[in-house]
Design a protein. Structure first.
Length: 261
């Protein structure tokens, strides 16, 4: 993954620059988040470009606070219990996430299909909440996963309000390469974003894998911009009549969650 750990962080010489220790903590969190699983403490100084003594002290302090946890004989570090508690507080108090989570659960139970609530996080689509469907061969969806925007129906809706230049600045060349090696042309992706504006449902088929398709409905905020999406991930070979039925239910769910809905 091509991760810019300095994105959004204060740089030396910034007029309102923060202490470098804070920036290093944010870089450490960003690195663990992008990695997605525990990392050996010994690997962090090189990955973050910081002195070993500084990183070890940061890990010690953050571990004592409960924000990180070190486990195993090989001293691997990852997010701790306190981070989980912070996250649950956010989910409980954020109106959109709270209502969206309940709607995803309701929709998934009613349809038997896998549902998702997704938002834009930096240059990724993030799955904030997911509810597994009831199919014997279920389509899995991982809460907290961050996916390249061109791979998804949600990504097209979330970028529909941006200019061509803004989309090109947000999407990296690596993001345009699908898991099977196919490449999405940036101009085609921008055209898809343009065509998604104002639509109740956007569908992508066979992008992340060859056996599923994603139906996404916009959740529009007070500024008239898509702030999130509610999605269903369904088999690629589902019947047309069934898909139309699911699209109707999904569109109504998106409208219920939208400010204008």
């Amino acid at each position: 993954m091509n991760l810019n750990l300095d994105q959004g962080l204060a740089q030396p010489g910034d007029q309102n620059g923060r202490e470098r220790g804070i920036d290093r903590i944010l870089k450490l969190f960003a690195f663990l988040d992008a990695h997605g699983h525990p990392v050996r403490v010994a690997e962090l100084p090189k990955a973050l470009g910081a002195p070993r003594s500084t990183i070890y002290e940061l890990v010690r302090v953050l571990t004592e606070s409960g924000m990180l946890e070190v486990s195993g004989d090989d001293n691997k570090v990852f997010f701790g219990k306190l981070m989980y508690l912070y996250g649950t507080n956010y989910i409980r108090e954020n109106d959109l996430v709270r209502r969206g989570t309940a709607e995803v659960d309701r929709l998934s139970r009613a349809t038997g299909e896998t549902g998702e609530l997704c938002v834009l996080y930096r240059n990724r689509q993030a799955i904030v909440h997911t509810h597994a469907g009831s199919r014997p061969m279920g389509i899995s969806s991982e809460m907290g996963a961050q996916i390249p925007i061109p791979w998804t129906a949600s990504g097209r809706l979330l970028l529909a309000h941006l200019t061509d230049t803004e989309i090109k600045q947000l999407v990296t060349p690596e993001d345009l390469i699908l898991p099977d090696g196919r490449k999405v042309a940036i101009d085609d992706f921008i055209a898809d974003c343009r065509n998604s504006g104002g639509r109740k449902i956007v569908v992508t088929t066979g992008l992340i894998n060859s056996f599923s398709q994603c139906l996404a409905a916009p959740i529009v905020g007070v500024r008239g911009v898509v702030e999130a999406t509610i999605c269903l991930v369904i088999p690629i070979d589902i019947g047309t009549e069934r898909r139309i039925e699911l699209e109707e239910q999904l569109a109504k769910a998106g409208q219920r969650l939208s400010v204008s809905g």
